[in-house]
Design a protein around this ligand. Structure first.
Ligand SMILES: [Zn+2]
Length: 506
């Protein structure tokens, strides 16, 4: 089957998509297994808490790749799978924290509480990434639906584990079924960690039930209080039933096989997933299916820092997508999703990204400029070849953004064609998807000051001042100042009491 290049870019001549492949540590020309069905898997969120800005990056980066592949091969010829991890000990802990009383009082079972946590978190995640302008993936399977054999015959974790047992890649010990890394001669190819190095370098005492320190859990016994599934396995003809739960890695091996087959084109995720998660996905899938690779191209996005520091709750720089979109916690104001998206795409996906207030301000000023010139141009009328060419070079988003700056300059000089091209090219990055009106009125609504809320804060500060709690009073002044609200104290001419006026200074 021939590669179908859609859109109006044919006149530019064919240029191949080049991607940096972590598996080979090289730039490679992308050749899909089947151009009629290009297949990509990206590891999705573990749903127990708000997604942070580090989680946003892979979702946005692989959304750009999804859009590019759709343009190259056709909208109906790309399958993108991103899973939801809804079984994890962090989820159990969150369910106990938030619903502990209901569970103790018998109003909820642990499983019901877990479902509440995962459903509300998944809904929040969907709202967040939609606001970031990300298309929904083709399939979004939930891990809990792929633990045991399914009626539709799609791949599942328990059957995959049984295959690994049958092929001599797994053993049982202390209520666990473990993957035997020594059974795979080329284990460690993706992360370039050799098994011998790991053994020699193992300073931490090895779990005595593991044959090798790098062996990892496929299935783990659950206590009576923990969620569990009836796992029925067979070892050398003897049945072994363990009420338990799957290890983390096995879910991606099962769900990718369920929707994309035993070998597929692209597997993506953050750099931090290379080891152990992706290494172990590869081990499971290749050993179960007897294939030389799991996916042909492995793509990883770089780390995210906030204001030059590693993001951590203890640093006070832990920023969730929700914080940015809906609260004034970062920079004293809300930020449109499109600003966050552009701020992330300004850095090439493989580079470390420093997320900062300055970067958001810069991205917003850029978008204001673009929206100001596009007017009511329709993207269907423009040519998106310029941004496509930039993205063909390993998703070169910084170069793509430079292209958009040039088009803006031409549009500002009155070129109608440049306006339409600006819009068409930006849409390939998932930007300029709103009308000019929607953009500016949306921002105005976000910037609107809730006067009653300000009055309340001002009154609270005055009562703190009367109580001589100056640090707290100053904190409120700072908080309001961060939102562009300036306070001026004065004496009431009649009573001599302290009063406060305020005004907005942006
Ligand atoms: Zn995964």
């Amino acid at each position: 089957m021939d590669v179908v290049i859609t859109g109006s870019g044919m006149s530019d001549g064919f240029k191949a998509l080049k991607l940096y492949n972590t598996l080979t540590r090289r730039d490679e020309e992308f050749v899909p297994l089947d151009p009629a069905n290009v297949r990509m898997y990206v590891c999705g969120p573990t749903v127990y808490d708000f997604a942070h800005i580090g989680n946003a990056r892979p979702v946005i980066v692989f959304d750009v790749l999804f859009r590019l592949l759709r343009q190259l091969y056709g909208d109906d010829h790309v399958t993108y799978v991103r899973n939801i991890t809804d079984v994890d000990d962090k989820i159990n802990a969150r369910a106990l924290r938030d619903f502990g009383e209901d569970i103790t009082a018998g109003r909820l079972t642990l499983n019901e509480a877990i479902r509440r946590v995962t459903e509300r978190t998944a809904a929040q995640f969907h709202a967040d990434v939609a606001a970031l302008g990300c298309l929904a993936p083709t399939h979004e399977p939930r891990a809990t639906e792929f633990v045991l054999p399914r009626t539709d015959g799609k791949a599942d974790m328990a059957s995959l584990i049984q295959t690994l047992i049958d092929r001599g890649h797994a053993y049982a010990a202390k209520g666990e079924i473990l993957f035997d890394t020594a059974s795979m001669p080329d284990y460690g190819q993706l992360s370039k960690r050799r098994l011998e190095d790991q053994q020699a370098g193992a300073r931490v005492a090895v779990d005595p039930h593991k044959r090798n320190p790098s062996d990892f859990v496929l299935w783990k016994e659950s206590s009576a209080e923990e969620p569990g599934w009836e796992g029925r396995f067979t070892f050398e003809g003897k049945p072994l039933v363990i009420r338990g739960r799957p290890g983390w890695h096995i879910e991606c091996s099962a769900m990718s096989a369920a929707y994309l087959g035993e070998v597929f084109d692209i597997h993506g995720g953050g750099l931090d997933l290379i080891f152990p998660h992706h290494e172990n996905e590869i081990a499971q899938s290749r050993c179960a299916h007897g294939t030389p690779v799991m996916a042909n191209y492995w793509l990883h996005n770089g780390f995210v820092q906030v204001e030059g520091k590693k993001m951590a709750k203890s640093e006070g720089n832990f920023v969730t997508i929700h914080d940015l979109l809906a609260t004034e916690n970062f920079g004293g104001r809300k930020w449109p999703g499109e600003v966050l998206r552009l701020a992330i795409l300004m850095t090439h996906y493989r580079e470390p990204l420093d997320f900062s207030l300055r970067k958001l301000e810069e991205a917003e000023a850029v978008l204001d400029g673009w929206y100001r010139v596009v007017g009511d141009a329709k993207h269907q009328e423009g040519d998106s070849g310029a941004v496509r060419r930039a993205l063909l070079d390993d998703l070169g988003t910084p170069a793509a953004i430079t292209v958009l700056h040039d088009l803006r300059a031409q549009a500002a000089r009155g070129s109608e064609a440049a306006k339409a091209d600006l819009k068409a090219n930006a849409v390939l990055l998932g930007l300029l998807t709103q009308s000019q009106d929607q953009w500016f009125s949306g921002k105005a609504a976000d910037a609107a000051i809730d006067e009653a809320a300000v009055e309340e804060r001002v009154a609270a500060r005055l009562s703190l001042l009367r109580a001589k709690n100056f640090p707290e009073a100053d904190r409120i002044r700072e908080e309001l100042s961060g939102r562009g609200i300036q306070l001026m104290d004065y004496k009431d001419p009649e009573t001599g009491e302290r009063r406060t006026k305020w005004e907005v200074k942006r």
